[in-house]
Design a protein around this ligand. Structure first.
Ligand code: ADP
Ligand code: MG
Length: 388
């Protein structure tokens, strides 16, 4: 593929490529809907991602092409670019806008992107293209941003330039991911710890429900509100800043402070899920993927029953996982109401899993899912052109 990309670059821009960069997508392995409660998430970089082939040009323009989209652009270096509709090159132009805003010197570039992540399905192809671009510019022009600054500026692109309200986990995982490691991350403090996560005989199955996430945004805001209500109630007796400042045992003693039954369920999910992330890190450290898988199932159940952000499509993934002995664990990942699920599946049973699960899902839901296999890969970096 890489060789093909370099040839495409030469054909499109009529000059050889100078550098090749890669930035992965990500999944959150466990720790769902708790980042906004001061809790721990555990994302990892996946092996599908975004390739960026790049070379400076002498024409003082940024030229954008993507093998995933038909539209292309040529934007003069000095122009005051404003976001245009929903064109894809808003993402790299957002990054460029940030660099210029910070007084960084840039020059004309020819840029070709190609992503082998399913785009728009919750695996963060957007963070991937942002971080790929930011990393590449930083290196080419010696702009002097640290990796963490690249993460933050990519988040700025997503939140301010594109206008999507989302946390820092995606950009962080895409930039700091490491092969065979999950990242135990506190999204508030940005304290993080890479945790060994060797998949061994297993593969990570990424399952796109192919259901549009229609409800996700309004329900997300509702959950944030409910968590705040729970926090206020607990603060009557506890001096805490976030729900995740307490563990399940402490919550059990104070749950009575919350009057609303629904709010109780939301708080219980958040606090138990945070405890599960800590347990998950221990299971991974002990290389116990089965134990980790059980926590994935438990996480799903809690998101379904207590937090109520799943849905029959995502439930079908966990339900099927329970029936197949090759599946160590399965759960929804991301905000819910559609999007993707993940499962840990034995390598030698993977083909059977894909076939059986696809049939099971299609019969229950009425249309087919998309199933991909992935390993846990490295974060953003430059690839050697010699190896391409
Ligand atoms: P997700 O992040 O879940 O994949 P988003 O809607 O947040 O979905 O981001 C997808 C958008 O990111 C695409 O519509 C496109 O604008 C941009 N994008 C991602 N990958 C590429 C790519 N390889 N080439 C061009 N644009 C891309
Ligand atoms: Mg996105």
């Amino acid at each position: 593929m890489n060789q093909h990309l370099l040839q495409q670059f030469q054909q499109i821009f009529n000059q050889p490529a100078q550098n090749l960069f890669f930035s992965p997508g990500r999944v959150n392995l466990i720790g769902e809907h708790i980042d906004y409660n001061g809790g721990l998430v555990m994302p990892c970089a996946i092996t599908p991602g975004t390739y960026l082939v790049i070379a400076p040009n002498q024409d003082n323009v940024f030229r954008f092409r993507s093998l995933n989209f038909d539209d292309k652009a040529e934007i003069p270096v000095g122009s005051d670019y404003q976001k245009q509709g929903s064109v894809w090159y808003n993402y790299p132009m957002g990054v460029i806008t940030y660099f210029l805003k910070e007084g960084k010197q840039l020059q004309g570039l020819d840029m070709l992107y190609y992503g082998d992540i399913p785009i728009g399905s919750g695996l963060s192809s957007s963070a991937s293209i942002e971080v790929a671009t930011a990393f590449a510019l930083n290196q080419l022009f010696n702009s002097g941003f640290s990796k963490l600054e690249l993460v933050k500026l990519s988040k700025w692109v997503e939140n301010v330039f594109i206008g999507l309200n989302s946390g820092i986990m995606d950009q962080f995982a895409v930039a700091f991911g490491e092969k065979d490691k999950a990242l135990k991350l506190n999204c508030d403090t940005l304290d993080y710890e890479p945790v060994d996560c060797k998949l061994g005989d297993y593969l990570l199955a990424i399952i796109n429900t192919n259901k549009l996430r229609k409800l996700a945004e309004s329900k997300y805001n509702e959950r944030v509100q409910e968590c705040q209500t729970a926090l206020k109630a607990l603060q009557q007796e506890l001096s805490i800043d976030n729900l995740c400042d307490i563990d399940t045992a402490t919550y059990n003693q104070h749950e009575h402070l919350i009057t609303d039954e629904t709010v109780k369920k939301r708080a219980r999910h958040v606090i138990e899920e945070n405890d599960r992330v800590k347990l998950a890190a221990k299971e991974l450290a002990a290389n116990n993927l089965k134990g980790f898988g059980e926590l994935m199932f438990a996480s799903h159940q809690s998101l379904r029953d207590l937090y109520e952000v799943s849905g029959k499509e995502l439930d079908t993934i966990a339900d099927y996982g329970r029936t197949n002995p090759d599946v160590a664990g399965a759960r929804m990942t991301g905000a819910g109401f559609g999007g993707c699920g993940i499962a840990l599946v034995k390598k030698d049973g993977f083909d059977r899993f894909v076939k059986e699960f696809t049939d099971y899902y299609t019969e229950k839901i009425g249309y087919a899912p998309s199933v991909y296999s992935s390993l846990i890969g490295d974060g953003v970096g430059e690839l050697s052109m010699a190896d391409a």
